[in-house]
Write a protein that binds this ligand. Structure first.
Ligand code: HEM
Length: 385
């Protein structure tokens, strides 16, 4: 387990650390063999990752052409929040539809309405595919022994086989696996990070107020915050960085495997060792961060300017760094900045403020909580942005 930012950077930049654990349960997600990106490795992983990046870039990932797709979802979210008309909102899963719509629109050209009856089925499948992948079973492989592992594995595989009719060509299985990886890797992490952002805004109203003042003076009322505004919003950027640090949604990133012996800092990591990078520990290391448990966006401000910090690595680091980092950063900024610009987040009348509690799992999510979104003066949302 790697607890140190510099060591993580050093180890994970080596080709030898790009393996993933070879576990039956991971093969089962992708039709009995290692396919796709997230849990694949070697030449096949490189090919699929390159293929997906190439096509996602063609579709606009990493460029401002995607902003239109994200802004449509931001507009929809702001309207949905307005429609709550001051009634308490259960935040868990609230953002799923808008977050899912971004990759869905990129890949399939359509978007879902929040009341689409297919939506719960899709979200459940994505959540299953993801909790099967990085959960406890993968971290403690002994659980995959014949007693416990076999029945679970059998059940999962038969589920996959049922979907297999028609997908007979290897190519289709591979494409299906790549797409499943893109959707599972993007949807939950993105929406849970937004849930943390709302919780942290609720618990630290002074930070929301400061960001709102900045947004009011830079963006002004009557329009959405855009990417072009970002450089002139240092405090809002710092707020997002602090949300990413404090939430550390993917606390243990995704497990790696040493593909060959690795020698680093005087240690030998033998081939096939499991490598876990503890992003939560790196983001809360008291030797680096002052008062790490405090929520303090100012730690990312220097002379009033936002300065990224190399010790903040919510998207991982090195050769297997998150493939959707630029898209995720764009989404997180636009969703968060527009929520803060258009709403004040309050505890519902008569309810106790929620605590900062983690539910640990594939991703760390906040314990369920409810809030009221009270529209600020910046009321009118101009859809043209
Ligand atoms: C707040 C949002 C997100 C966070 C915090 C996040 C974080 C991460 C982390 C920590 C990893 C593992 C890195 C490692 O193996 O060391 C990862 C992998 C990955 N992420 Fe993200 N991610 C986010 C959003 C997205 C989005 C929007 C996409 C979609 C395009 C995406 C696609 C992927 C893929 C495909 C991988 C696997 C890369 C590989 O194994 O080579 N992620 N992400």
């Amino acid at each position: 387990m790697i607890f140190d930012a510099d060591l993580a950077r050093e180890i994970l930049s080596k080709n030898e650390s790009t393996g993933r654990p070879h576990l039956e349960i991971l093969k089962m997600r992708t039709f009995g063999e290692l396919r796709g990106i997230l849990f694949n490795d070697g030449a096949s992983w490189q090919r699929q990752r390159r293929f997906a990046l190439h096509h996602l870039r063609d579709l606009g990932m990493g460029r401002s052409t995607l902003e239109g797709i994200v802004q449509r979802e931001v507009t929809d979210l702001v309207q949905r929040l307005r429609d709550t008309a001051g009634r308490p909102v259960a935040v868990d899963h609230f953002f799923n539809v808008n977050v899912l719509n971004v990759p869905w629109e990129i890949v399939a050209g359509i978007r879902f309405q929040p009341d689409d009856p297919r939506l719960p089925v899709i979200l459940r499948s994505l959540s299953d595919a993801s909790s099967r992948s990085t959960g406890l079973l993968n971290l403690i492989p002994v659980l995959l022994g014949p007693q416990l592992g076999a029945p679970i594995a059998h059940k999962l595989y038969s589920g996959v086989r049922r979907n297999r009719d028609g997908l007979v060509e290897i190519l289709k299985l591979t494409l299906y696996s790549v797409l499943m990886d893109l959707f599972t890797a993007s949807t939950g992490t993105n929406s849970v990070t937004l849930e943390w952002a709302v919780l942290l805004l609720l618990l630290h109203p002074e930070c929301g107020r400061r960001a709102r003042q900045e947004l009011n003076s830079v963006v002004g009322p009557g329009r959405l915050v855009t990417l072009e505004d970002r450089a002139r919003l240092p405090y809002t950027q710092a707020l997002l960085a602090e949300v990413l640090r404090r939430s550390s949604t993917l606390a243990l990133a995704v497990p790696h495997r040493a593909e060959a012996d690795i020698t680093v800092a005087g240690y030998r990591i033998p081939k096939d060792s499991r490598l876990l990078v503890n992003l939560y520990a790196i983001h809360h290391d008291p030797e680096y961060w002052v008062d790490p448990l405090e929520f303090r966006p100012d730690r990312f401000l220097h002379d009033g300017q936002y300065r990224p910090d190399k010790h903040l690595m919510p998207f991982g680091v090195g050769k297997r760094v998150c493939m959707g980092e630029s898209l995720a950063r764009m989404e997180q900024f636009l969703f968060l900045a527009n929520i803060v610009h258009h709403f004040e987040v309050l505890t519902p009348a008569g309810e106790k403020a929620p605590r900062f509690d983690y539910i640990c799992g594939t991703r760390n999510s906040p314990a369920p909580f409810r809030v009221v979104f009270r529209p600020t003066d910046a009321q009118a949302v101009n859809e043209s942005g």
